[in-house]
Design a protein around this ligand. Structure first.
Ligand SMILES: Nc1ncnc2c1ncn2[C@@H]1O[C@H](COP(=O)(O)OP(=O)(O)OP(=O)(O)O)[C@@H](O)[C@H]1O
Length: 288
């Protein structure tokens, strides 16, 4: 199957800054859903802007020019327009369906995403999650071949999560490809057909570590720090006991999780491999 988009040895740096991306090779095929994970600042948004054709790579080649629907990491619209007139306006600029069809599609998307205030809600008045719904609706409006979604679940409530999952499944069924970024590896894996990880500017298959897998480590923390661990990149499982929390963590993200734990006020009690309990090390983070 011919890829919609192919990146070959793509690199990106901003001005005289360091390389954000180096040697990224990627093919995106119709019907696939690619999740991109990575720590803050690893270059996920940069990669997505290149995929959306909004940013030129500093090195390498991008082949293919599919029609793209893009949700940016920050939705820029601060307009007096209502949600539906904003979508109609964008649809006309993009030369999509006829005006009547465009309005019907816009209203349908906003209804399905349950925009608070309805299609006539002024964009300026919207909360973060509701603005995100409009951002999603504009990306889906003209049924593009490629959806490029930067943290699409950000700010959405559970009902909107479900609506988005259905909309993405429908896009896939009509042959569109989807690329999204996400911080939670487990969520990315639940939503994607393939998950890749950005590490040191390069894209590689995301580790699918499971407890007992040599690619996972166990970290036991003691203390009373903030413990919303499920959102921490690399955390696979969380178990709590009095005064302790036990995390199963992707090995290659364990340093970042340890740093985060220390910053949150926890102390590291124990760290070991989940594959072989005989290698348990106490008080030492040197498990590599
Ligand atoms: N327009 C820009 N000009 C200069 N540097 C930039 C620009 N955009 C991004 N960067 C830098 O590129 C690096 C990668 O940023 P990017 O936003 O792509 O990462 P990210 O993985 O999406 O991060 P996050 O998870 O925090 O959203 C960061 O060091 C960032 O400061």
């Amino acid at each position: 199957m011919t890829p919609l988009l192919r990146l070959r040895a793509v690199g990106k740096r901003y001005g005289a800054g360091p390389d954000v991306l180096t040697g990224v090779n990627l093919e995106i095929r119709p019907g696939e859903v690619l999740g991109v994970v990575g720590t803050n600042g690893s270059g996920k948004s940069t990669l997505l802007r290149i995929l959306a054709g909004l940013s030129a790579p500093s090195a390498g080649v991008v082949d293919g020019s599919p029609s793209v629907g893009y949700v940016p990491d920050r939705f820029p619209a601060a307009t007096r327009m209502t949600a539906v007139s904003y979508l109609r306006h964008l649809g006309r600029i993009r030369g999509g369906p006829r005006a009547g069809d465009l309005s019907a599609r816009a209203v349908e998307l906003l209804d399905r995403l349950a925009l608070v205030g309805g299609p006539g809600a002024p964009i300026r008045s919207l909360s973060k999650g509701n603005a995100q719904k409009v951002a999603l609706a504009q990306a889906l409006l003209t049924e593009p071949e490629l959806l490029v979604l930067d943290e699409p679940w950000s700010g959405l409530d559970p009902a909107a999560h479900r609506a988005l999952a259905e909309l993405l499944a429908e896009s896939r069924e009509r042959g569109a490809a989807v690329v999204f970024t996400e911080h939670r590896l487990d969520h990315a894996r639940a939503c994607a057909t393939r998950v890749s990880q950005l590490v040191a500017g390069s894209l590689r298959p995301a580790l699918p570590p499971t407890p007992g897998d040599e690619r996972a480590v166990r970290i036991v923390l003691r203390g009373e720090g903030a413990d919303d661990w499920r959102d921490e990149p690399g955390v696979i499982e969380v178990a709590r006991k009095a005064g302790e929390v036990e995390l199963t963590v992707a090995r290659d993200q364990s340093d970042a999780v340890l740093l985060s734990a220390l910053r949150r006020g926890w102390s590291v009690f124990k760290l070991d491999s989940t594959a072989d309990d005989s290698t348990a090390a106490t008080g030492s983070p040197s498990v590599r």
